[in-house]
Design a protein around this ligand. Sequence first.
Ligand code: LLP
Length: 436
Amino acid sequence: MKLHGTMSVKNNQLYIGNVSCSELREKYLTPLYVLDEELVRDNCKEFVKHFRVEEDENRVAYAGKAFLPMYMCNIINEEKMYLDVVSGGELYTAHKSNFPMEKILFHGSNKTMDEVEMGINLGVGRFVVDNFYELDLIEKICNRKNKKQKIYFRITPGIEAHTHNYIKTGQIDSKFGFTLENGDLDRAIKEVKKYNNIELVGIHAHIGSQIFDIDPYLDEVVIMMNLVKSIKEKHDIEIKEVDLGGGIGAYYTKEDNVKTIKEYCEAIINKSKEVCRKIGINLPILVIEPGRSIVANAGSTLYTVGAIKNIKGVRTYVSVDGGMTDNIRPSLYQAKYECSIASKMCDDKVNRVTIAGKCCESGDILISDVNIMDIETLDILVVPSTGAYSYSMASNYNKIPKPAVVSVSNGNSRLICKRQSYEELLELEMQLELTY
Ligand code: LLP
C-alpha cells in the first residue's frame, strides 16, 4: 500500500497526520473516514502556485461534488480557491459555511427553478449555463428581481477522455452543454445578446474524470481558444474567462500512472499562451475545476474486520463493517483500491483475500483478490484514497448509517461530520397511525 501525504509507520502501526489509526478507532469507532488535512492543503497550494493564481489571476475552483462538508468549504476558501457547486444542496452548504458567493461557479445540467432563484438571490459569481431552458429561467428571474448575472456557457467540445485513452468524436451525444456542431452555441449566444440581465463572460467544458494523459487537455485548449476567437468575430463578444473543467487523475493502485499537479498546470498554461499568441487573441483568465486530485489521496477509510470466510481452494472473504454504502465506487465503476492492516504495517503479504462489504448484495465487494498480511477479526483495515466520491456518494442502503468523518493534522483529530445515529436515520420518516 502506498503511503500518501502525512501517512507514516511507527512500530508497524499506521499514523495519519501523526495520529495512530488505533487511537482513531478507539475514539470515533469504525467505519471512519479520515481526512489528512495537510495533504488537502498541500494539494490546494500546488494548484494555486502552478496554475499561477496570484501572478496571472487564473482561478482554481474546487469541484465540491468530490467531497463537500462545510469544513471543506472553509479550507478551500482559506486556500484562495473558488468553488464549483452542482446543486442547491452544495450551494446551501457553501452559503452556510460563509463561502464568498462571488467565488462560486454554479454548475448543473438541469437546475430547477428553485435552484436558479437561490443562486441569483445568494449572488453566485457565475452560472455555468447548460441549456436554453436555464438561460431563459435566469433571464426571467433576474428581470423580476432586477438583478444582473454573469454566466459561462458550457459547451460539448467533442473530446471524451477516460483513464487510459481519449477520443475526439465531434460527439453530440451528451446530456451536458451546448453542442458546437449543430449550431446550438451560436443560437444561445444570439439569444443572450437579446437579454438585458445576463452577461456572457466565459465558456466552459469538462472532458471527463480520472484522466492521466495531458494531451486531451491540450486539444481542449486549442478548441476553446479558437472558440473565443470565433465568438469575438461572429458575435463581437469578448470571452474573458475560459474554464477547462476538472478530471485530473489520482493514484488508487499501482496501475495508475499519475502525473504531478505541476505537470498538468504548466502544460495547460503553456499551451494556452502558445495558442493565443498563434491565433492572435488576448490570453483569457484560465479556470480549472479539480475535485479528485485535491481530496482523493487525502482520505482513507478505516474499517473493523468481522467475519472471515475461507472457502478452501476458492477464496477467502474478509468482511468489514462498511462497504458499498460508504464507498460505492468498486460496485459502480469496478474501481480498484489498495488496503492494509493498520496495526500490522509490514511487508509480509502472505494471504490472498477478497474484502467484502456488509450489504446484502453479492456485488458489495470492496477489493477483490488482494495480497495482505495475516488478517484476523477485529483488525483495522485501512483503505486509502477514498477522499473523493466516497462520502459524497454514500447512501443509507440497508439502513446503514453514514460513518463519521474526522480531520487529522499534527497529532490532533477533529470530528468534522458526526456519525449518523439510528435516530437520525429515521429523521425524515413520519410516525403515522395506519388509519387516515
Ligand atoms: N467539473 C465538472 C463540470 C465535473 O463534471 C466534474 C466531475 C469535475 C469538475 C471534477 O472532476 P474531477 O477532478 O473530480 O475528476 N463519481 C465519479 C466521478 C464523477 C465526476 C463527475 N464530474 C467517480 O467516483 O469516479
